[in-house]
Design a protein around this ligand. Structure first.
Ligand SMILES: C[S@@+](CC[C@H](N)C(=O)[O-])C[C@H]1O[C@@H](n2cnc3c(N)ncnc32)[C@H](O)[C@@H]1O
Length: 358
């Protein structure tokens, strides 16, 4: 961790610590009536069994589908937003870092993210999110071809398909320039920085706007024994970075946002219009004369909408600061061999761009 920075607090789901006016939901109660109240603005506390909460959520889905019949894009969006709002009023009680209801999952995040709070309520969907994240964190994600297992921290982006990592690996194996210093923007679960180290890079400055990514990678570099190789930083793009690099790598978000971005995973998937212009301006200041910018990207935005801009092509076309040295593409394989691709992602390709200073 960057020694000058104060320790950072993980982002965690919102909780309620005060007394609340709520309905207690037990099995065999009138689920329909309970859900009507919840849709109307009332909190509902799941009692006895965890599965009672699942029952309420199923009924909520049925209830809202009866009301939101418009199948258009906007109609579906409205339905999802109503579901999200109402489902967050379904609460579970946590005591001594454990869920109180029976037959509930054991979620380590409750102790790790709320060490100082002994009793609180948290929404059922947030618990489901924490549970799934905890499974990934505990079990790990094995990136087979690279011989790495990642343990992504709560609220951090992690790869589920590995085509772009293979592309980066292919480039790293051929790279013959200096390996003294690299910078990774948007370190996420740490995978690209770990690949840099495995391929002989000596010093890495790795940064992310997501606090949890930095906390998670700090743990990972201890586990992997990479503490002397990586300086971690929480910040926007090259903020606090006073080194120049032989290689700057960035696997940015791939889709232009049409909504106001939230902190966390949202910023791993969507980018604001000024992200790439700001990145290129700052990258120019942080490259050694022979340095390379390596960007991992995808044609996903163009597959969905042909008119969609491609920020790297736009940079090369509009500004006279970088030249394209390499552009590799690789088809994205379906996550399972059994999955027949008939969706629009059939034509999806991941891209690796290498740019040098002009
Ligand atoms: C697609 S993820 C890539 C994560 C990881 N490098 C990988 O390849 O799996 C993009 C990452 O960039 C981070 N990010 C987005 N905007 C950023 C910014 N302005 N400055 C630093 N990091 C940013 C996100 O939080 C996210 O962790």
């Amino acid at each position: 961790m960057n020694k000058d920075l104060v320790p950072i607090q993980a982002d965690r789901p919102a909780i309620i610590t005060t007394q609340i006016d709520a309905i207690s939901y037990y099995r065999k109660m009138d689920t329909k009536a309970t859900v009507e109240e919840m849709v109307g603005g009332k909190y509902v506390i799941v009692e006895e069994y965890y599965s009672n909460g699942l029952e309420v959520l199923s009924e909520l889905k049925r209830n809202l589908l009866r009301k939101f019949t418009d199948k258009s894009f906007q109609g579906q969006r409205d339905y999802r937003s109503a579901f999200r709002e109402a489902s967050h009023r379904l609460l579970l009680k946590v005591k001594d870092n454990k869920l109180l209801v029976k037959k509930s999952p054991d979620i380590g995040w409750l102790a790790l993210l709320y060490p100082e709070i002994s009793e609180f309520y948290v929404s059922f969907p947030e618990v489901q999110g924490m549970n799934s994240s905890w499974q990934w964190y505990q079990k790990g994600i094995e990136v087979k071809t690279l011989d790495i297992t990642l343990h992504p921290f709560y609220g951090t982006y992690f790869p589920t398909r590995f085509d772009h990592l293979k592309l980066f690996d292919k480039w790293l194996k051929k790279y013959e320039g200096s390996k003294h210093q690299a910078i990774e923007i948007g370190v996420g679960s740490g995978i690209l920085s770990f690949q840099l180290i495995q391929n002989g890079f000596e010093n890495i400055f790795a940064t992310d706007t997501n606090k949890n990514a930095i906390i998670g990678v700090a743990q990972e570099i201890k586990r992997l024994g990479y503490e002397n190789k990586i300086i971690l930083n929480h910040g926007d793009l090259f903020e606090n970075c006073d080194v120049k690099a032989d290689v700057i790598v960035f696997n940015p978000p791939w889709l232009l946002a049409k909504h106001k971005l939230e902190e966390g995973i949202d910023k791993a998937i969507y980018y604001e219009e000024d992200l790439f212009p700001r990145f290129f301006t700052q990258a120019q200041q942080h490259l050694t004369p022979n340095g390379k910018i390596v960007l991992i990207f995808s044609n996903l935005a163009q597959v969905v909408d042909e008119e969609s801009p491609h920020p790297i092509i736009e940079e090369l076309r509009n500004n006279n600061r970088f030249r394209k040295e390499l552009h590799l593409r690789r088809e994205v394989r379906a996550s399972s061999k059994k999955t027949q691709r008939t969706d629009s992602r059939e034509n999806e390709k991941v891209e690796l761009w290498v740019l040098g200073l002009k």
